[in-house]
Design a protein. Structure first.
Ligand SMILES: C[S@@+](CC[C@H](N)C(=O)[O-])C[C@H]1O[C@@H](n2cnc3c(N)ncnc32)[C@H](O)[C@@H]1O
Length: 248
């Protein structure tokens, strides 16, 4: 299946996944003993709402922001310049499973709603070499918020991300991969809507027109509708959890 229309669907949105500046800030202020000039790598940055927030709350940081889709990086460059933080953000087009950086090059890795693309355990494994010893990996990951999810929610997640687990199981996987779980917190339900589903819903009629006649694009639009409907009905059963991990 050609999934390239998914990039078009998310171009120009404030975010390309669930999240908020409040959660970015809360996670960042949990980090301790950072060096004077921290090097941060934002993996799967999209249009970079969280990148620009990080640059604002960490005035001495330099951030390398990586994404596979150049138009998102161009959007991020424009927004960073407008926010006056452009000189401390370097955008790089690269794939998160083949990141072109030296070992131990970063103090902090940041990955909001992006590690699922390579898979949680694979991302933890692949990215560890990029962190200096004791460096942080901060990420958000989909988790079950209930021990008894409904059959509807289970069927949905089996179709799109069967690796979803509880917070405890996800934290245990991080432990096995050589990270200390410093802290975790759930993202509130509003992070799905404010900068993500609400603007995506507004453009769905136009996306349907653009997708018409292309079965793969039509399937991607239909999946988004299913995803949003699922969240309306069953969004209390699952969500995103922020994990603040430290490389051991
Ligand atoms: C769900 S979005 C999250 C974006 C951003 N972190 C946020 O929270 O709004 C996932 C991002 O990963 C990017 N992406 C997809 N495949 C990728 C890959 N192989 N390497 C790097 N980035 C990728 C997408 O272009 C998209 O911007």
């Amino acid at each position: 299946m050609d999934i390239s229309f998914i990039f078009t669907m998310h171009e120009g949105l404030p975010r390309q996944g669930p999240g908020s500046n409040e959660c970015t800030k809360k996670a960042f202020f949990m980090l301790q003993n950072l060096p004077d000039r921290p090097e941060i790598l934002d993996i799967g940055c999209g249009a970079g709402m969280q990148t620009i927030e990080l640059a604002g709350i960490c005035p001495n940081c330099h951030i390398t922001a990586v994404d596979i889709h150049q138009p998102y990086l161009d959007d991020l460059d424009r927004k960073a310049s407008a926010a006056g933080v452009g000189e401390r953000i370097t955008t790089v087009r690269a794939s998160m499973d083949d990141l072109p950086f030296a070992d131990a090059a970063f103090d902090v890795l940041w990955a909001e709603s992006s590690i699922f693309i390579v898979g949680f355990e694979e991302g933890l494994r692949l990215w560890k070499r990029l962190l200096r010893p004791g460096g942080y990996l901060c990420l958000s990951e989909a988790v079950w918020f209930t021990d008894r999810p409904s059959p509807e929610a289970v069927a949905f997640w089996n179709d799109c991300y069967p690796a979803i687990r509880s917070v405890e199981e996800t934290g245990a996987k991080a432990g096995h991969a050589g990270y200390e779980v410093v802290a975790t917190f759930p993202l509130p339900g509003s992070v799905w809507w404010d900068h993500y589903y609400t603007p995506l819903l507004e453009r769905l009629p136009a996306l349907k027109v653009a997708a018409a006649g292309d079965p793969d694009a039509e399937a991607l639009v239909a999946f988004s509708e299913r995803e949003i409907a699922m969240h309306r009905e069953h969004g209390s059963e699952y969500g995103y959890e922020f994990f603040i991990l430290r490389s051991r």
